[in-house]
Ligand binder design. Structure first.
Ligand code: TXA
Ligand code: MG
Length: 335
């Protein structure tokens, strides 16, 4: 199959909707990362997503909607708190988990009786969902285990020959996937941190963070969000997080432990290093935007080892840290 990248205009959106109506897959931009979309109600189309990504069948998909009324069509019960959060954060990087209605196939929910729903903050993609007339199930449009795509080209690199069309919405604004929450007795629990932060949610309710956000999941453990079990965001290079406040300690450590094939992802304030460096930014927002593209880049450059400066562990920095822990397979050096 020939894979085309097309800009977002009315004609190309109509073509994308047409493919989706016929049960094909389309790569689509969101504000977080690119998604690999299919009709959420079409089991045959959903099966194509799992095949194209090489994704384990029990890892559920997020269902993307364009208006809040659709929540009631998909979710058995919608708690009042969900509406308050939706009014504040939708469209945006918040995915909420509900008990699913029968209309959502188990193929989409990974066999669970729940469904994850979000409204992406991308005008073209919201129009696409409207044109389809059905919600779109879409995981990140990468091959399972590799870094999520933040440009149409990244999607092409992973999906070339497997899907007919990728809509090009430019670089994703946010760069890390949405915050995934589930409702608890007295508030919410964060299963995956994103740009809607614990601090932001705390203005509305009690917020817990699931321990799998910072800890490795041992084989055979029962988890709420199946995605956390699987190897994620892994470049081929050996990634090591260096956790220190000090630019000097960071630079000295990297200098002492590097060879020709070593790269460093730095904030930018450090003194020049004697290794190949990529600047991933001073702020957590910039680091979030750059992280996945740079993890892909170090692989293309043939890095064997990559030292990454640890992000600050607050705000969206928590999301960057969570993805990096997985990319580094929890290898972290504290200085
Ligand atoms: O920003 C995003 O969320 C992107 C864009 C494309 O929307 N999508 C995304 O999808 O990151 P994916 O499939 O790569 O990650 C979805 C995560 C997985 O960790 C999955 O296990 C979890 O959400 N998830 C989905 N449905 C769930 C459910 N019913 N219960 C618990 N976790 C769920
Ligand atoms: Mg993913």
């Amino acid at each position: 199959m020939k894979t085309e990248i097309k800009s977002i205009n009315n004609e190309n959106l109509l073509q994308a909707a047409d493919f989706l109506k016929k049960g094909e897959l389309v790569g689509m931009p969101t504000e977080t990362v690119y998604g690999l979309a299919a009709n959420a109600f079409d089991e045959t189309a959903i099966a194509k997503i799992f095949k194209a990504k090489g994704r384990p069948q029990d890892n559920p998909l997020i269902v993307h909607i364009s208006k809040l009324e659709t929540l009631y069509k998909l979710a058995e019960t919608v708690p009042p708190l969900a509406i308050r959060l939706a009014e504040e954060f939708c469209p945006g990087s918040l995915t909420m988990i509900f008990k699913k209605k029968e209309i959502v196939p188990f193929a989409t929910s990974g066999g669970l009786d729940t469904v994850a729903i979000r409204m992406p903050d991308n005008e073209g993609t919201l129009n696409l969902i409207e044109m389809c007339g059905f919600p779109l199930a879409a995981p990140s449009a990468n091959i399972s285990g590799s870094p999520s795509p933040t440009t149409a080209q990244h999607v092409f690199n992973d999906m070339n020959g497997k899907i007919p069309l990728i809509l090009d919405g430019g670089e994703c604004r946010c760069g890390v996937e949405s915050t995934v929450i589930t409702f608890t007795e007295n508030g919410v629990k964060i299963l995956r941190p994103g740009a809607v932060t614990a601090e932001m949610l705390s203005a509305f309710t009690n917020v817990e963070t699931d321990k799998t956000v910072f800890e490795k999941v041992e084989n055979g453990t029962k988890v709420i969000s199946p995605g956390v079990k699987y190897k994620h965001y892994s470049p081929k290079a050996d990634v090591i997080i260096i956790d220190t406040e000090s630019d000097k300690l960071f630079s000295d450590y990297v200098t002492e432990n590097s060879d020709n094939n070593t790269y460093a992802l730095i904030k930018g304030s450090e003194k020049p290093l004697n290794v190949h460096t990529l600047v991933f930014g001073e702020t957590a927002e910039l680091q979030a935007q750059n992280l996945f593209a740079q993890l892909r880049e170090i692989d293309e450059l043939g890095a064997k080892k990559a030292f990454v400066r640890c992000p600050e562990k607050k705000g969206v920095g928590v999301a960057v840290y969570n993805r990096l822990l997985r990319a580094a397979a929890f290898k972290i050096v504290k200085l």
